[in-house]
Design a binder for this molecule. Structure first.
Ligand code: GLA
Length: 402
């Protein structure tokens, strides 16, 4: 997996990137195992257009897949064990059923692979033993869901190699279990759903309660627009602990309000609900989630109507809500959003779990370079490490490459 320097300069990342990373995965397989892989499976990173920290509140999200992908080259083996190597690590990791069946036994990047094997076995599937080699263009630790891309690519490979009866719409929940239970990260269902279910040229409108989806056309070229992604390069500060704390706070608030999840609080009832909560911090957390769900619904409605330019203010309002009410932004992120807006973006917001990661800005296509320059200048003025920038188009979810 490559570092965030991949987001070094504004560039359109195209399907060509997939060909390159697939070749690297194949080369890794050949050199490690002195054999040919039976196939290659790819899954993308994602950005979330809008709907942050709504997924674990049973709410709505609207991510799209990036043209940056993780590729797994793989083949079955006779015995029931798994060997996995990565272009980022000289040492392969090997584990058998004992380690696969005990969450936490395999650690580091290979835990995502072992977690998928665990989740499949735990659900009763006969997982074939396999050799796997991984290569990726999804930057690590930048909030673009490199972990979900890895889980989704490994899952696609094992399902195909084993002929397992596990349709794509059931795969996100299984990959999420791998991350929640084996790796131990209490994330929602958004990232795995995006990695598996997205379609090229579309945003994925997902109801996280029943997992129903709608693929909404998101044709940036047609609208003369671009999405600029800015890697803030901010070091993740306490991201795991703060994420878990936000989740607990939401769950406590739902219990206090007597609803199954915060999704069940309608915007029209928000003020009355806030009056029933014990403290200001909890009130702000709830206000973020409830208004964010509404912003997702409003954004989806505008996209359905082909009014893409008009979603900008909703993106910017989402950012303000994350900054002021949910308190998950950091100075680098706020600087990038402010500079992007000042340079003429139609809207801008942090994307992902927060405390670092990426910002996305909706810009007129011809302005992408100027906005990227403005963000870099603002960073330089404040003495921050230079950000990475790239323009992206909505890409496809997990797939077999051949
Ligand atoms: C991370 C998690 C997701 C989601 C987002 C915030 O990306 O993995 O499940 O909660 O944060 O929207």
């Amino acid at each position: 997996m490559t570092g965030p320097s991949d987001l070094a300069a504004p560039a359109d990342v195209t399907a060509g990137a997939t060909a390159d990373v697939a070749a690297r995965a194949t080369a890794g397989f050949r050199s490690r195992y002195a054999a040919e892989p039976a196939g290659r499976w790819a899954a993308p990173g994602r950005v979330n257009l809008i709907g942050e920290h709504t997924d674990y509140n049973d709410g709505y999200v609207l991510p799209f897949a990036l043209p940056l992908r993780t590729v797994v080259a793989a083949a079955t083996r006779e015995d029931e064990s798994w060997t996995v190597c990565s272009e980022l690590d000289d040492d392969p990791v090997e584990f058998g059923p004992d380690a696969a069946d005990e969450p936490g036994r395999v650690t580091g990047w290979a835990a995502y692979v072992a977690g998928v094997v665990w989740a499949l076995r735990d659900a009763g599937y006969a997982v074939p033993g396999a050799r796997l080699a991984i290569a990726s263009d999804v930057p690590l630790g930048s909030g673009l869901s490199s972990s979900a891309a890895l889980e989704a690519a490994v899952l696609a490979a094992l399902v195909d190699l084993g002929g397992l009866d596990l349709p794509a719409e059931k795969q996100p929940r299984l990959a999420q279990r791998a991350e929640n239970r084996y790796v131990g990260a209490p994330t929602g269902i958004m990232d795995q759903s995006a990695a598996i279910r997205c379609r090229a040229g579309h945003a994925l409108f997902l109801d996280c309660r029943d997992e129903s989806v709608e693929h909404i056309p998101f044709d940036l070229d047609d609208a003369g627009l671009a999405v600029l992604v800015v890697d803030s390069r901010a070091p993740h500060r306490h991201a795991d602990g703060e994420y878990a704390a936000r989740r607990r706070s939401c769950e406590r608030a739902a219990a206090a309000l007597g609803v199954p999840a915060l999704r069940d609080v309608a915007v029209a009832d928000l003020d009355a609900a806030l009056d029933r909560l014990p403290d200001d911090e909890t009130r702000r957390r709830v206000r973020h989630v409830v208004t964010e769900d509404q912003r997702v619904l409003d954004t989806a409605a505008l996209l359905r109507a082909g009014r893409v330019r008009e979603i900008g203010p909703l993106l910017t309002a989402s950012h303000a809500s994350m900054r002021d009410d949910f308190e998950i932004t950091v100075p680098e992120i706020d600087t990038a959003v402010e500079a992007a807006l000042a340079a003429g973006s139609l809207g801008a917001r942090m994307t992902g779990g927060g405390f670092g990661g990426c910002v996305l800005a909706l810009v007129d296509a011809g302005r992408a370079d100027a906005v990227a320059d403005a963000v870099r200048d603002a960073y330089a003025e404040r003495g921050f490490t230079a950000p990475g920038t790239v323009t992206v188009l909505p890409a496809a979810g997990a797939t077999r490459l051949g």
